[in-house]
Design a protein around this ligand. Structure first.
Ligand SMILES: Cc1cc2nc3c(=O)[nH]c(=O)nc-3n(C[C@H](O)[C@H](O)[C@H](O)COP(=O)(O)O)c2cc1C
Length: 332
């Protein structure tokens, strides 16, 4: 069975890709996934804030001497929590590249226009095969027009594209007024892939500690419908490859994403919950499905249920919403 999947200019041996996550901080994990035939791995992100901190640190040492620095860094929240600093991150890329065979995708995560985007070049030089650019922005300023925010997204991508020639995928939020228009703009700005979607970690109010706490909860399969719809809509409308992330827990979830039009599916929560060997189960079940339905290759499956390929394209649009609501049977 041919599981080969085309993503970011590579012929991956499987459509399963490790999502940016703490799994990637451990090289033994990556070796195991590589042995199990993972298509590619995305490393955990290096954050804009870390790069700004480093610049700040250097400047501060030059102008104030070393002693004051510890106090100054306390202004940066979670400063100590970041696992790898920028230099260690590059070293990690080199080690991972030496340890595994599948493509290694580095991840750079930020929101503003600035020098941090130049770090993409260091990642490329350290051996990254591609870059995932995560633009994770939560705008809250009521005076900031949305067009300006969208323009910033595109400019960040353009800045990154200027300094590297490895492929770039953009991981982004679903919260645009017109997602299709944004996707087209990324496409025109040279994104080689779109990773749909960022999962936002919503803060919660803890009534015991009486404070606002960040809450990281694992996804469930129900979370993947949003990306399913958009992947199906965008397939064949843009050149960039499409990667699905968020709530892909079972082989059925993955199969649906491929049928909708995803070139690859990214996995984190399911591997964290079920263990890395679960990749073998996913592979086996994918192959079982392909045999049952008579597909010889993953490529044949990709986009079979995309909007363009459906006799009823309204299935992914508002018409379906009205249909779903009017067919709902309330049982009290
Ligand atoms: C603990 C944790 C750490 C994560 N770290 C990153 C990261 O460094 N960069 C990134 O782009 N996404 C990160 N993510 C998001 C995942 O890559 C993924 O998009 C998200 O978990 C949804 O996929 P899943 O349902 O398979 O978990 C993280 C998620 C979790 C839960």
């Amino acid at each position: 069975m041919n599981l080969e999947s085309k993503y970011l200019g590579y012929n991956l041996r499987s459509p399963f890709v490790l999502s940016a996550s703490p799994i990637a901080t451990n090289i033994d994990n990556l070796k195991r996934l590589d042995q199990h035939g993972i298509g590619a791995v995305v490393l955990h992100s290096l954050f804009e804030e870390q790069l700004i901190d480093e610049q700040f640190e250097l400047e501060y040492h030059l102008t104030h001497g070393t002693d004051s620095f510890a106090e100054a860094t306390s202004y940066f929240p979670n400063y100590d929590e970041f696992r790898l600093g920028p230099d260690e991150y590059l070293e990690h890329i080199r080690k991972v590249k030496a340890a595994i065979n599948c493509p290694v995708i580095a991840s750079l995560n930020g929101t503003s226009i600035g020098g941090w985007t130049n770090y993409a070049k260091n990642m490329q030089d350290a051996g990254a095969d591609a870059l995932e650019l995560n633009i994770y922005n939560i705008p809250t300023d009521p005076n900031l027009p949305s067009a300006q925010i969208e323009d910033t997204y595109i400019r960040i991508l353009q800045e990154v594209k200027k300094v590297i020639n490895i492929p770039v995928a953009v991981k982004l939020s679903p919260f645009f007024t017109n997602m299709a228009s944004m996707a087209k703009k990324f496409d025109e700005a040279g994104a080689n892939g779109l990773v749909l979607f960022n999962r936002f970690y919503q803060p919660d109010i803890d009534l015991n500690t009486y404070s606002v706490e960040p809450k990281v909860t694992f996804s469930t399969s129900a979370d993947n419908r949003l990306e399913l719809r958009w992947i199906a809509i965008l397939k064949n409308q843009i050149k960039a490859n499409l990667a699905a992330t968020g709530g892909i827990h079972t082989a059925s979830d993955a199969i649906k994403m491929l049928l909708a039009g995803a070139n690859v599916v990214q996995l984190f929560a399911t591997l964290a919950k079920n263990g890395l060997d679960y990749l073998l189960v996913l592979n086996k079940e994918l192959i079982g499905f392909m045999e049952e339905k008579g597909y010889n290759s993953v490529e044949e499956m990709v986009g079979v249920f995309s909007q363009k390929n459906l006799p009823n394209p309204g299935a992914y649009e508002r018409a379906q919403y009205m249909h779903a609501l009017s067919n709902y049977q309330l049982k009290l």
